[in-house]
Design a protein around this ligand. Sequence first.
Ligand SMILES: N[C@@H](CCC(=O)N[C@@H](CS)C(=O)NCC(=O)O)C(=O)O
Length: 201
Amino acid sequence: MARDLTLFDSAISGNSYKCRLLLAQLGLPYKKVPVDILKGESRTPEFKAMNPFYRVPFLIDGDFKLGESNAILIWLARGSTLYPDDPKTQARIQEWMFFEQNQLEASVAVVRYVRTWAANDPTTPAIIEAQARRGPRSLQVLEDHLKSHDWLVGNAYSIADICLFGYTPLAPDAGWPLDPYPAIRAWIERVKHTPGFVPMQ
Ligand SMILES: N[C@@H](CCC(=O)N[C@@H](CS)C(=O)NCC(=O)O)C(=O)O
């Protein structure tokens, strides 16, 4: 029986894009439900009742519901070459995925959001200031690794690459251009040439 997948999604969300990219590369058909996060559609009582995390992305797979983009990536990629069975490879992939949420996404996604959609909010300068070091530092961690590796884990494209691809290309929107990071720019081009790649918008 065909898998019944629904993704609650926002076109402007890098976390949602990670899931769209994986679904496309796995060739999995799914129903996309757009959520206008700028209009507060992720904060309505109805949405919260379905999804206690009240954020996108959110996946419904048959009768199984799952939030958090990286949990969704792992769930969907299990059994595919994008998340190999080997436990140490999986641990390495997860290492990058935790780094992404704690360092890169935490800085790039947040600063991009406030610069783009909350520029006049009085709290915005303090938020930008709080992330001023973390953003470039996480880009440098990525750059240092990619100087000597084509992919984040082992010799193959995996959900670690998909995960980091969500926000790394958006770093310029957070005020951190990618000119000082040639290895990251080369990796971005490699990811764009993987089979089934789809752009964010
Ligand atoms: N850690 C979460 C972060 C999800 C998140 O921050 N989603 C944002 C869009 S990228 C959102 O739904 N914002 C709307 C809101 O907070 O109401 C994940 O990786 O899925």
